[in-house]
Ligand binder design. Structure first.
Ligand code: PHB
Length: 396
C-alpha cells in the first residue's frame, strides 16, 4: 500500500468533497450553458461539383457569422463529409453524420441522386434536412416530409422558364442535351413541357452519363440536326468544358445555346469569351439591385476573396431558414413542431429577392432571364414571376 492511501482525509480533500456535493445539488442552468448545435454538412468537395460545395459552405457560414456565429443563441459545431457527388456512397455518408456524429441538422447536397438518398435517411431517422441545391422534383414532391426543406429550386423550374422564353422568341425546333440523371432529365423535361405547350418541338433529346465530358459526338449530332436552339443542362467543371467545346466547334455562331443558369454560374472566369452573350434562366443574377444582394456580395468578397454565385446564395439562404426556425424556439430542438412551423412561415430576405415556401417546402421565387455580359450574368428580364411548384403528390 502506498503511503498516501493511508493518510487520513485532510481539510483540503474534505473541502473538495464538499464542492463536488454542492455541484451535484445545484440546479443545472441549461439555458446558460447549452450544448452546441451539431450541423452536418454533406457536400461535394471533390469532382465536377467541388466548387459548388465550397460556395454553399461559404454562404452558409457567412449567414451564421452575421448571426453572431450562433443558432437560437447556441454555439455551433460543424461536421463535414465530402459526398463526391456519388449516389452509391450517399447512404453511408449520410449515416456517418446522422448515426456516428449524431448531428441535429443535415445540410446537403448538390447532386440530386445523392440528395434523394439523404432525404430517405432524413425521413427514416426524422432528422431535420435542408437541401441547399439539389433540385430533384420528388424531394418536395412525392417524397416531401415535415422535416425536409429546400432553399434552392426544383429542377423543372429553370426549364419551364426557358421553354417559355424560347417559344416567345419564335424558336420552332430544339435539341436538348444533358447528363443522364434526375437533375438533367427534369430540367430538359420542364423545357420540353413549356416549349411544346407554346407550339415548339424538341426534335432530339441527347444525353450522356454523369459526369462524363466527352462532348464531341453530341456536338457533331447537333450540327447535323440544325435545330433553332440547343437547351443544355451542365454545371460546375462540366459546364466550363461544355461551353468551351461548343464554341470551339463553331456552333455558337450558328445555333444559339441556352440553359438553366448553372451553365454559366460560378464558371464565367474559366469560360471567358466562349460564354459571351449566352442566355440562361435562374432564380439569381449577379447584379440584382436589392439591398440584401449588394450587402451579401460585399460581405462574401471580403470574407472569401472571391465573387459569390447562386450556390453561395443558396447556402446563405439555407442558414437563414435554419436561423428563422432556431430563433423561434430559442435553440430548443425538442420543440420540433414549432421550429418547423416557423421555417414554413418564414419569408426570407434573400439576395435573390425575398421569397416564401410552398406547402411542400420549396421556394416560390422569380425566375430571371440572364445574359452573359462582360464576365457577369446580367438580369435582363423576369422570365416567370413568383414561380410555384405543383404539389406533385406531396401530402403534408
Ligand atoms: C442537381 O443534381 O440537382 C443539380 C446539380 C448541379 C446544379 C443544379 C442541380 O447546378
Amino acid at each position: 500500500m502506498r503511503a498516501l492511501d493511508s493518510i487520513a482525509p485532510t481539510l483540503v480533500t474534505l473541502a473538495a468533497v464538499g464542492i463536488a456535493a454542492a455541484a451535484l445539488l445545484a440546479p443545472v442552468d441549461a439555458a446558460a450553458q447549452p450544448s452546441k448545435v451539431k450541423i452536418g454538412l454533406m457536400l461535394p468537395y471533390t469532382g465536377t461539383y467541388a466548387a459548388l460545395g465550397t460556395a454553399i459552405t461559404n454562404g452558409f457560414k457567412l449567414a451564421i457569422d452575421e448571426n453572431s456565429g450562433k443558432l437560437g443563441g447556441r454555439e455551433i459545431e460543424y461536421f463535414t463529409v465530402d459526398d463526391e457527388s456519388d449516389p452509391a456512397k450517399a447512404p453511408d455518408n449520410a449515416n456517418k453524420l446522422v448515426k456516428r456524429d449524431q448531428v441535429d441538422v443535415l445540410v446537403g447536397t448538390v447532386h440530386s441522386g445523392v440528395a434523394l438518398a439523404m432525404a430517405k435517411i432524413a425521413r427514416d431517422t426524422n432528422t431535420l434536412l435542408i437541401v441547399p441545391n439539389a433540385g430533384a422534383d420528388d424531394i418536395t414532391g412525392s417524397l416531401c416530409a415535415a422535416n425536409v426543406f429546400r432553399s434552392s429550386f426544383s429542377n423543372s423550374q429553370m426549364g419551364i422558364a426557358m421553354g417559355k422564353v424560347m417559344a416567345e422568341q419564335k424558336k420552332k425546333t430544339a435539341v436538348t442535351l444533358t447528363w443522364k440523371y434526375a437533375a438533367g432529365d427534369e430540367s430538359v423535361g420542364g423545357f420540353k413541357e413549356a416549349f411544346e405547350a407554346a407550339g415548339g418541338k424538341v426534335i432530339k433529346a441527347l444525353s450522356l452519363p454523369f459526369p462524363q465530358v466527352e462532348f464531341q459526338p453530341y456536338l457533331t449530332a447537333i450540327a447535323a440536326l440544325k435545330p433553332d436552339v440547343v437547351y443544355a443542362f451542365f454545371a460546375g467543371g462540366g459546364a466550363v468544358k461544355f461551353v468551351k467545346d461548343y464554341a470551339a466547334a463553331g456552333l455558337n455562331r450558328t445555333i444559339p445555346l441556352v440553359g438553366p443558369g448553372f451553365l454559366t454560374d460560378g464558371t464565367l472566369e474559366a469560360q471567358g469569351e466562349t460564354a459571351q452573350g449566352l442566355l440562361t434562366t435562374l432564380h439569381y443574377g449577379d447584379g440584382l439591385d436589392n439591398p440584401r444582394n449588394i450587402a451579401f456580395r460585399a460581405a462574401y468578397v471580403k470574407a472569401f476573396k472571391s465573387e459569390p454565385d447562386v450556390y453561395a446564395v443558396q447556402g446563405f439562404d439555407a442558414a437563414q431558414l435554419l436561423i428563422a426556425g432556431m430563433n423561434a424556439v430559442k435553440g430548443d430542438l425538442t420543440k420540433r413542431a414549432e421550429l418547423v412551423k416557423a421555417m414554413e412561415e418564414s419569408k426570407l430576405d434573400s439576395p435573390r429577392g425575398s421569397f416564401a415556401l410552398t406547402r411542400s417546402h420549396n421556394p416560390i421565387h422569380d425566375i430571371y432571364l440572364r445574359k452573359v455580359e462582360g464576365g457577369q450574368n446580367k438580369v435582363i428580364a423576369v422570365a416567370v414571376k413568383n414561380l410555384t411548384d405543383p404539389p406533385r403528390g406531396c401530402k403534408l
